[in-house]
Design a protein around this ligand. Structure first.
Ligand code: 5GP
Length: 119
């Protein structure tokens, strides 16, 4: 899938759509999901143009990969999620119902999160 530079997260990165930022560095932006599915629901996105996890993990540089996952850890620490625990999820492609074609990692937390998948 070709990267669509007008997807909603690309527009957020360009400042064209407002967001509630919780963390930003050279590699990522992390912001609150507009339709939260848990008391804490944050999206962590790379600043580079990658469609999904498969694309990011295949094409991103070592620096981008490290920067992204260090930033996930930084967000988890900043929001005090490490000790109670959190769930990280990356919907990838049609069967996973990925809606936004810019790679993103969901961080869910703030209560016991139940089974891993809806049955
Ligand atoms: P996906 O299904 O692609 O894994 O998840 C996309 C997520 O992006 C959804 O949880 C949805 O609520 C969130 N989202 C979609 N549009 C916006 C937006 O404009 N702002 C924010 N903050 N979140 C959005």
């Amino acid at each position: 899938m070709a990267y669509d530079p007008n997807n909603v997260f690309a527009r957020i990165l360009r400042g064209e759509i407002p967001n509630r930022t919780v963390y930003e560095d050279d590699f990522v932006l992390a912001f609150e999901d507009i339709n939260p599915q848990a008391p804490v629901h944050v999206l962590v996105i790379p600043k580079g143009a990658y469609t999904d996890l498969a694309d990011f993990s295949a094409r991103a540089t070592a620096e981008e990969l490290t920067g992204f996952f260090r930033a996930v850890a930084a967000v988890a620490r900043q929001l005090d999620l490490v000790e109670p625990g959190f769930r990280a999820l990356c919907n990838t492609g049609a069967d996973a119902h990925q809606e936004v074609p810019h790679f993103h990692l969901h961080l869910f937390a703030g209560k016991p999160l139940g089974p891993m998948l809806a049955r």
